[in-house]
Design a protein. Sequence first.
Length: 534
Amino acid sequence: MMRTWRKLPLLAGGLSFFLTSCDLAPKYQTPHFIYPDGWEGKGIMGNAKPADAVVRGEWWKIFHDPQLDELEERLNAYNPDLQAAAEVFTQERDIARETESRLYPQIAGGAQMSRNKQSEGRLFLRRTNNTPIYESNVAYSGAATWEPDFWDAIRNQTHMQKNLAQAGAAEYALTRLSLQAELASNYMALRGIDAQLAVYDDSIRYFRTAVEITRLRQGGAIGAGLDVSRAENELYSAQAAQSYLLATRQVQEHAIAVMVNVAPTSFHIQPIKDFRLHFDTIRVKEGIPSTLLERRPDVAVSERQMAAAARAIGVSRAAFYPHITISATGGFEDAGFDLASVAKAFWRVAVQAVEPLFTGGMRRAALQRAWSQYRERVDSYRATVLAAFQDVEDGLSQTALYHQEQLQQHQAVDAALRTQAMTMALYTGGLTNYLDALVAQQDALKARLLEVQAQTRQVQSTVRLIRALGGGWSNTLLPDIKSIDPIGPLQYEGLHHARPAGEVPVGTQQKGSEIQPPAAESDLTGKAAVPAHP
């Protein structure tokens, strides 16, 4: 009988080895979509090459604006929302490591030493030479507990958490791309406001000249006071609109400051006094790349969450099978320090198997919920994929039509400026009334502002298209599921430096009792040097 008990752990270990392939999770496959033959006006998806509509790496540099490059680099280094997204990934993979640790035996050791003295006057004390007054006890022991993963419950939980960690890495990439695109769009809107302010400066100078001309004509008794009032109204209205634009510019500037982790009071972008935006025009070839689903971080997030939901089904299925635990305890105990003796050893080995017989339908409900959550993730993935293609189609349509709008609006500006010059010349020569000149001035100002707004929309639509195409990201940048662990099972060195994983930066833990963030990350003065882009 004793030999049978001694062989029990060995038999359990062998049984665990042969049942490691007992995976109760359904076989997971990424859904395959049947795409339509063509997307509206943009050709067949399968025929597009991956390089047709993607900009790799630091995509904002295609606009050749040094100020934008500097802002994007600072955002990548110091934006708190981006750093928080990186910490979320770190937490997810730490949870995966905690879950995976249950695959290993949990081993603990202990030592105990005691020395006590009894009272010589206590009741019922036998006063003999054999009665000890002083007693000592020394014991060293160890304990181990192991849960054989017969039904792959722990392995499925581990894979589920690792899939969620990969989703966290993709979420980080999505947050970074969204922030980069938002910053670029805000910066372009700011430069668009600068161009509109330059248009107002030029128009206000023209309106001042018009006021002087109407006053001279009124003083010479060849013009009416009504013309002066109309000219002054046009001048003051333009000045009021310019003041409103200045306020809008400051608000836009403050938004950019917060994105790059700088206090708005100490942040300023020097205005550019030019009528036109000087961003390089980017023409994206028509066609949706066949690898679009591999380039979108949001698609990767949804797909990894779907994979995690499939693993959760295996965990729920394992709850229907026995839960087995093997434990062992042993050590040495003696009244002194002479412990090197088998006679002074103690040990205990136990095996426990628990099979829930009645739970009121709890396990069945949990399994049905797991299946429902998986189907929910599948539907969410389908919706995310369709939204991805919608974003690309919208971007392709907008960039093409906004470029056409910009060219057409430029022609309208040329015509409006010619009309303004001709009507003012006719009015100065007394060949027409001031109302014609006033209408021409208003049309010219409106046309010039619309041209700047069309230019702004065009460059912003390019940013949105690049974002829709993933900004050069690829799911190959996700950390591999086999190397996502932050530490090894026996790692006790370098605990303040977690292992990097994928492209997500891993923060260094603080040593000691003080928690003090790096000075560069806490700089709200705007004086910190912008580091090189990692």
